[in-house]
Write a protein that binds this ligand. Structure first.
Ligand code: KG4
Ligand code: ZN
Length: 343
């Protein structure tokens, strides 16, 4: 019998990843392999991702990672139904490496190519891990993106809200940097916040009460910088209190923005089947708690895929490829890599 097997390649930021996913006839899936190599160490001394270093690391790492993903899955290239790569949005050097590799495999093995939008892959991930029907509401919060998206079908996405300046993960990273915490800052800020007093600093709650579902983080980030500048220098407890106060402001603002987003969703598409969170920020326990409250108030279910599938990975690209393949949506060899690509 014929198996639908898709190889997925992810190189849009600082994770080099490949995976093989099998889509079964009933629409469910099995992850046969999922190999992720994070470049955190390569970028740590610079305090952030350096695009040129990322691109070169993808060149060095990707062949071996694709090989491992195929071996782990016990699958040969000739058995693949399609090869999918994230064709953007992201750091263009890395995107070129992943897409070109996928094209080479597709050409040599005469297999369909699928150029996946990285954001679409995040959006479809919950359907990889559970039997979730459309429509649902996606909250995507990573280092590069902060969006509320109505997912009404494969290829059918309506953006209900986005950040007007920094992404949430980016704000966590910048706050960590200004307080002297290591990169990547999100988990560090969360850890520090646990021992801090969230009421000590009176920080702004950006966009609170507005009737659109947009986010803004830069004013809050500046407020943290100003408070830190008044402490000369901030001691360990000051840092914990600042982190706790910052995180509390992010939580309150996020909960407010999401509850508006869910109202906009309901008005246009009816009740969502679920609120789904994805992206590295969804790893934050305090944010998970806030999302739980938002979902309960809106009388919907909260779904957060396991952390390894929330952050960048190859399985989500393979799965988005499988969903597109099932609809006959394949791409041609002249498909261009894209730094910017709205859903
Ligand atoms: O999705 P992701 O792994 O990569 C992309 O940005 O695409 O997200 C990484 C971002 C970083 O900005 C990181 O600081 C943030 O997610 N992050 C967190 C936490 N863990 C990761 N932010 C807040 N709390 C966390 N526990
Ligand atoms: Zn991502």
């Amino acid at each position: 019998d014929v198996r639908t097997l898709v190889l997925g390649i992810e190189t849009t930021c600082d994770e080099t990843a490949a995976a093989v996913v099998e889509r079964l006839d009933d629409g469910t899936a099995r992850i046969l392999s999922n190999v992720v190599r994070s470049q955190t160490e390569e970028h740590a001394i610079y305090g952030g991702v350096v695009p040129e270093i990322a691109a070169r690391a993808h060149v060095d790492l990707l062949d071996g990672i694709v090989d491992t993903a195929m071996k782990d899955a016990g699958v040969g290239f000739a058995q693949l139904s399609a090869v999918a790569a994230a064709a953007g949005p992201g750091l263009i050097g890395g995107v070129i490496v992943g897409l070109t590799t996928a094209k080479a495999i597709a050409m040599v093995h005469n297999t369909p190519l699928i150029a996946v939008n990285h954001l679409e892959a995040h959006a479809l991930t919950p359907r990889l891990t559970c039997a979730l029907a459309f429509p649902y509401c996606l909250f995507l919060a990573s280092g590069g993106h902060t969006q509320i998206v109505a997912v009404t079908g494969v290829g059918q996405y309506v953006r209900l809200g986005t950040t007007v300046d920094d992404a949430i993960g980016e704000a966590f990273d910048k706050v960590a940097k200004m307080l002297g915490l290591p990169y990547p800052g999100g988990p560090e800020v969360e850890r520090a916040a646990r021992g801090g007093n969230p009421a000590r600093f009176d920080l702004p709650r950006p966009m609170l009460g507005r009737d659109d579902a947009n986010f803004s983080l830069s004013g809050l980030k500046t407020a943290v910088r100003n408070e830190a500048a008044r402490l000369t220098p901030p001691d360990a407890q000051d840092i914990r209190d600042l982190c706790a106060s910052f995180q509390a402001a992010v939580l309150e603002s996020t909960a407010d923005r999401l509850s508006v987003g869910l109202k906009l969703f309901e008005a246009r598409f009816g009740a969502p089947r679920a609120l789904v969170a994805a992206g590295g920020v969804a790893a934050n326990q305090a944010i998970r708690g806030a999302l739980q409250d938002v979902a309960a108030k809106a009388e919907t279910t909260l779904i957060i895929p396991p952390p390894a599938l929330c952050t960048d990975n190859g399985a989500m690209i393979a799965w988005a490829g499988a969903e597109r393949l099932a609809l006959g949506l394949t791409d041609t060899m002249d498909t261009a890599p894209r730094a910017r690509w709205l859903l």
